[in-house]
Design a protein around this ligand. Structure first.
Ligand code: CTP
Length: 398
């Protein structure tokens, strides 16, 4: 009963995803919340008010008045502890962004004093349209909280971002809101992720098998807690989600990554160095493909810049720097040496000796080390859970 005693207004707009709102309403009620539902007229084309009134136990509001009775949008707006609009359409987002008011939901939105969480649902092209982007950014700038769209099959048959978050995820978001887990709101976070590719010639490179999964899990966790994230990302095949508070710089080499980090570190409150950066690059990059010749050839390599150490050297008081260490032997000793050398506040140790942990897996097992020594050692967990633990520890160092 995580929402015991909470008062929720559930706004529903006209989208095919509206059928999921019934499940969401049920989850809220099951979690102990009192739920009142407002539907736009077009929402009624997708789901019946009777379903929602039965699930919530309250009459469903659809218009500001019914000719003779006033619905009391101001009272309703003041009654709620939180206003959750799921699904919200591009049309209603545009209304909210511009203060338009021709539905009961618009009127309650403008009257509400509580936090507004909104879970968009639309087709992928609508979602990435500059108009939608700009309207969503406006809503966020008003202090409303975006529940990010999810990736998958859309009503049009296309596959991409635009699906409304699953009801269970929306429930988590609302619970997190009440648990004040938007604890990174207003913080700028720089995250590096993925491998780097150091080119030998136009078709070959030196790289590693990092997939960027750990870094991307950290990105998602920070965004869910209200941060703005600058992601500097090496070449990965992993799908990258979109979020109005996420900006991505795609890079290839350690040198490119260094340049991007140098720009973004200045404004960062926290930097998390999750990338697997190549330590060496070929001394020259051939302009033409290297032709097969002798039985043996030698490659001359030079060190790349140590990005983490460079940032550690210019770290200002108040900035928190978190690094990773991937080790195969003397793990704790090497990790602690790296922490000191690179001026990390925290170092996250991955051991290649732990099955299911490290590069390429969906799970990880880490030991977090700070100046006070080992802070904690996790079990093998999904990377999303590891990201939560890392962010929790990082926040303690702000
Ligand atoms: N790192 C970096 N730039 C580099 C090398 C590493 O920013 N050129 C960062 C990684 O993102 C990680 C930390 O430094 O957060 C440690 O990386 P790791 O590869 O374990 O350590 P190295 O310093 O490269 O040492 P070694 O490979 O000898 O263990």
């Amino acid at each position: 009963m995580n929402l015991q005693g909470k008062k929720i207004i559930l706004g529903i707009c006209g989208s095919i995803a509206a059928y999921k709102s019934a499940e969401l309403c049920r989850l809220f009620v099951k979690s102990g919340a009192e739920v009142k539902v407002i539907m736009t007229t077009s929402a009624g084309d997708f789901i019946s008010p009777l379903t929602l009134s039965t699930l919530s136990g309250y009459e469903v509001f659809t218009s500001v008045h019914d000719g003779s009775n006033w619905s009391g949008h101001v009272e309703l707006g003041l009654w709620a502890d939180v206003l959750v609009i799921a699904p919200i359409t591009a049309n209603t987002i545009a209304h909210f962004a511009n203060g338009l008011c021709d539905t009961m939901l618009d009127a309650v939105y403008l009257s509400a004093k509580c936090t507004v969480l909104f879970a968009p649902a639309m087709d992928l092209d609508m979602w990435i349209h500059p108009s939608t982007k700009s309207n969503v950014e406006k809503l966020i700038s008003f202090g409303n909280v975006l529940i990010p769209v999810e990736h998958g099959e859309l009503a049009s048959g296309l596959v991409g971002f635009g699906r409304m978050a699953e009801p269970a995820h929306i429930l988590d978001f609302v619970i997190a809101h009440f648990n004040k887990h938007l604890d990174l709101s207003g913080k700028n976070i720089l995250i590096t992720a993925g491998p780097t590719h150091e080119k030998l010639d136009p078709v070959r490179f030196i790289g590693n098998s990092s997939t960027g999964k750990m870094g991307l899990a950290l990105v998602r966790e920070c965004l869910e807690r209200g941060a703005s994230v600058e992601l500097v990302l090496g070449p990965v095949t992993e799908k990258i989600f979109t979020h109005p508070n996420l900006s991505v710089t795609n890079i290839m080499s350690a040198d490119d990554m260094m340049k991007a980090c140098a720009v973004h570190f200045q404004n960062a409150d926290i930097a998390i160095m999750a990338a697997a950066v190549a330590d060496y690059r070929p001394i020259t990059e051939e302009s033409q493909k290297i032709k097969k010749s002798d039985d043996e050839i030698s490659l001359k390599l030079v060190k790349t810049t140590d990005i983490a150490a460079s940032l550690g050297a210019i770290k200002q008081p108040g900035q928190v720097l978190v690094g990773f260490a991937l080790e195969t032997e003397n793990e704790l000793e090497y990790a602690e040496k790296k922490r000191i050398k690179k001026n990390f506040d925290l170092i996250i140790l991955n051991s290649m000796n732990d099955k299911g942990a490290g590069i390429g897996t969906s799970t990880n097992k880490v030991t977090i080390i700070g100046s006070e020594g080992i802070i904690l050692a996790t079990q093998l967990l999904p990377k999303s859970e590891i990201a939560k633990i890392i962010v929790d520890e990082t926040i303690k160092h702000i």
